[in-house]
Design a protein around this ligand. Sequence first.
Ligand code: ZN
Length: 603
Amino acid sequence: MSNYIVSARKYRPETFRSVVGQLSLTHTLKAAIDSQRLAHAYLFCGPRGVGKTTCARIFAKTINCLNPTAEGEACNECESCRAFNEQRSYNIVELDAASNNSVDDIRTLIEQVQIPPQIGRYRVFIIDEVHMLSQAAFNAFLKTLEEPPAHAIFILATTEKQKIIPTILSRCQIYDFARITINDMVQQLQYIASQEGISAEPAALNVIAQKADGAMRDALSIFDQVAASSLGNITYQSAIDNLNVLDHDYYFRLMEAFHTCNVPEALLIYKEIRDHGFDSLFFINGLAQHMRDMLVALTPATKSLLEMSDEVAQRFIVESRKFHPKFYYRALDLCNTCDVNYRTATNKQFVVELTLIKLCQILDATPPAGGGGGGNQPLKTVAAAPQQPQPARAATPQPSATASPRPAAPQPQGQVSPQPVVSTPAQPYVAQQPRPAAAPAPAYKPGTLRTPSSSRIMINAQPPQQAASASDADSSASSAHRRTAAFSEQQLLAAWQRFIDEHPHEKVIVNTMRMSQPARVNDTLYEITVENQGQVEFFNTHRTEIVEFLRNAVKNDMLAINVNIRQGGPAPKIWSPREVVDDMCKQNEAVVTLIRDFELGIA
Ligand SMILES: [Zn+2]
């Protein structure tokens, strides 16, 4: 174990070619060396661990190499290169400005700048974290930076470019280092694993790379840590256990719960995550990141925004197709709200659970009480569904296992069909076909789609045959099939009542229907009277379902219902329990006595 060298040192790149993830930048540096157009000062900017200092060292070595290769790399064999590789070269001076930021530190450096190189042509002064220099140190340094001796080259490195004063910026050639992509990191880790005789699953290396957040140095330290504890066999499981990373399987399971509107499952998964010791805020942000990744995986154009290895990305691409983009928009908004509210919430667990419940409800077909809900568009998408301009025909099998079975309702030509929300064929996701307005659903099922036209209520009781004939009802092209059976007012009122009975959860519409019974105008025209414009609009929103239901019940497709607003006179008053008691007391003295003697109250 005594000769163990950490990977970050052992695999520190020694040539521009072996630098990971900075291809265009190293190419430019090499070209500058090749054409002998060297500046006196460079500024290397970028996040930590992306290779700024490494590149500065390679640069210093290369410009001093006595026999550079044809590719413009250092030979690693000449005396200068060997001195660099053995860290005994006097041609490289490093100052860490984070800990040496005083004027005196800079003065010491400036004195060294005057000394010419012994071998090679340049002395390179690397000032790391240069933004940490004090104002006085900056000022002392400025003159040397303006007029350095011919042999001196400065490389200033910083993670915070915006803190560098303009007088310095204007004297430097600026190189911006990019964060290292997950894919580049995974490839490098794969290479190191193979060199070290360590077996490593790609998904595990992906977890390590993600944890490192763009910094190669961190990725290598994490790799060492995981490799040590998993005894040379890095599996996905060992990686997430070691790094206390939340397995994205949790998130995929949650997405499935959202897809099937399964609130209990979502809450149980959340409990499981808490039981594993994960912080709830960490979880909700992880979930948001997961859904963001699924969203960008959905469209080929944004696939490049996926920061993960190709193997993992493939799973995201496949899973992402289960949802419409609008689902992700809403879901991400909910996660963001949760994140904002979490910090101030008294009951933090509740905030997260409420968010999960709302996420489960996005695809839920049941309209909220009051019928207002915004969730009236089909948000689920089905991966394999062929795109069709018309609603699904009877013969079209439903491709998704989670989609609710639908009666085989043949669509007559000429029917106005609701437009699918998703339209362009170029998109990889395909909207599940919305149900045509006239074809009622056989039964409510979690995940049943709502038609895009309104917040529709589901009609539960119709057998498929009726549903099929119902869809004929509005067809102007097939008037020959219209049913015209005679029916009585009693039959209609019975059907009206049955609709009420069968939709106990549609409180607002059912209450409206209870308060206003249809009155006969002629054989097929009835009218109802409601109290206000709001009720008219609400009835109109559900008119199609109600009228279809009634038409099927009385077997007459000519039936129509008009809605009027009550004219003149106050509407019948709805009494509160208190008002009822007060009225009783007014009418009968004995009630007052009764209440007093028995000390009665209103529950
Ligand atoms: Zn050399």
